[in-house]
Ligand binder design. Structure first.
Ligand SMILES: [Zn+2]
Length: 443
């Protein structure tokens, strides 16, 4: 039986329809088991002293595990987080684009365990055995995602094309034409680049019905463009998580952009105010912290995911009972321009409102003679005759809803906002992952 045929109940697996009482009992038991497992390490023995399995928020008094702490606990620096010093494992790298890689160690059974959240997520966003999927996830250089997505796709019952992020646009285009791939999955910027590349090479005989992205947010401007150009029917994220935190969430076909169901049998997700440590009520924004039940080789308790999020507090119309959260992106994509703090999401909203521009946007800060300048670079395929109008419209739009910034520009404390329009694919990307570099602070 393939993974598609193994599904049980109205959704992929019975957990997605479990009642509140079952969900609470199972999750608490898993958390207690996991804490007991982690306690075998001296590192967690002290940290878990404050674990209170009966409390409403059992981990509230347990210290947070920051990304930089983690680097010092695992090889090559140390083995303090390893529950087994012998036996095989696979070494992946997580984050960190400069310097020595931060490693993440997975025992082989742990990699197999990604089948469930992968199959659950891809099923929820409409993957069927009829689909022919171009897998453009990042491969090589100790990267993880391609490996487990490939594993799941080959066992799902669909037709799998392991192209990776290294495939040239011409090759992806040829495969789409000859083999009729109807579905693309990959890191958002890589998948969008591949689609835009296909369009440049001609769309005759090509129809991309489904785009399954991840690793980065997708913006409404991008979604609108892809729907319009390709007639794409489903654009959704089958999974959200980090290599350290495991899978945290997945979308269904009814979740709006940025909203996810929580894989709450896989991880204990907390959303808390970082300044006070107080857990957030639905609708309140806080930092996401994850405790990753399947990570047994290197237990991960209260890991600071690095993304801001909020609980939605309402059930999803799809009927799944896995709770919804809204992802608000990384807290660090903000530039301080004069006295104003400009968030990347704000700039993206302005780009979508202007229209005719893609969602590939980079914002930069420059300092000239002691004054700040915000520069917004946007990729667009608009004709030359349109560029001057689009540039002015976006400059105006950015200032329109920011009175502090607009005033600072008027008085000369801050230099005027500059919009630069670039050809598709011209903005700088991380050479390893293909992710767009979203915000660049002044040196
Ligand atoms: Zn749903």
């Amino acid at each position: 039986m393939n993974l598609f045929e193994k599904r049980l109940g109205p959704f992929y697996d019975p957990w997605e329809a479990a009642s509140e009482a079952v969900r609470r009992r199972v999750m608490r038991r898993r958390l207690a088991d996991y804490a007991a497992w982690a306690r075998r390490l001296p590192f967690y023995r002290d940290r878990l002293a404050g674990f209170d399995p009966k409390a409403e928020h059992p981990l509230l008094k347990v210290p947070v595990l920051a990304s930089d702490d983690l680097r010092d606990l695992v090889p090559p620096k140390s083995e303090r987080l390893l529950t087994a010093k012998k036996g095989g494992c696979t070494v992946f790298q997580s984050g960190g684009t400069t310097g020595s890689p931060k490693s993440a160690l997975f025992a082989s059974g742990e990699i197999d365990g990604l089948d469930l959240p992968n199959a659950r997520g891809f099923f929820a966003v409409g993957l069927t055995p009829k689909d022919r999927v171009a897998n453009l996830w990042a491969a090589g250089s100790l990267y993880m995602t391609f490996i487990h997505v490939n594993r799941m796709l080959q066992d799902y019952g669909c037709v799998n094309f392991p192209l990776s992020n290294h495939a040239a646009p011409e090759f992806t285009h040829m495969v789409a034409r000859l083999f009729k791939t109807n579905c693309v999955t990959g890191i958002t910027s890589v998948a969008l680049n591949a689609l835009r590349g296909m369009e440049r090479l001609g769309l005759e005989g090509i129809r991309i019905e489904k785009l399954y992205y991840g690793g980065e947010h997708i913006y409404e401007a991008d979604k609108a463009e892809i729907r319009r150009r390709f007639g794409t029917e489903i654009i959704a994220a089958p999974g959200y998580g980090t290599i350290d935190s495991w899978y945290i969430g997945y979308q269904c076909q009814l979740t709006p952009t940025g909203v996810f169901h929580c894989h709450d049998d896989q991880c204990w997700l907390e959303i808390a105010d970082e300044a006070t440590g107080r857990p957030c009520a639905p609708g309140e924004t806080g930092m996401a912290f994850a405790t990753a039940f399947p990570r047994r080789l290197t237990p991960i308790v209260r890991y600071r995911v690095g993304d801001r999020a909020q609980w939605v507090g309402k059930p999803c119309p799809c009927g799944r009972t896995t709770p919804l959260f809204r992802l608000l992106g990384r807290g660090d994509d903000v530039l301080r321009i004069g006295f104003d703090s400009v968030a990347y999401d704000y700039v993206q909203d302005c780009v979508a409102e202007v229209g005719g521009l893609s969602g590939s946007v980079q914002m930069r800060k420059e300092r000239f003679q002691g004054r700040d300048r915000l520069i917004v670079a946007v990729e667009t395929a608009a004709p030359k005759t349109e560029l001057s109008r689009l540039k002015k419209a976006l400059e105006k739009r950015i200032l329109a809803q920011r009175p502090t910034l607009a005033k600072a520009v008027r008085t000369g404390e801050v230099l005027p906002v500059r919009v630069e329009l670039r050809k598709p694919g011209a903005l700088p990307r991380n050479p390893r992952t293909g992710k767009l570099i979203r915000a660049v602070d002044a040196l």
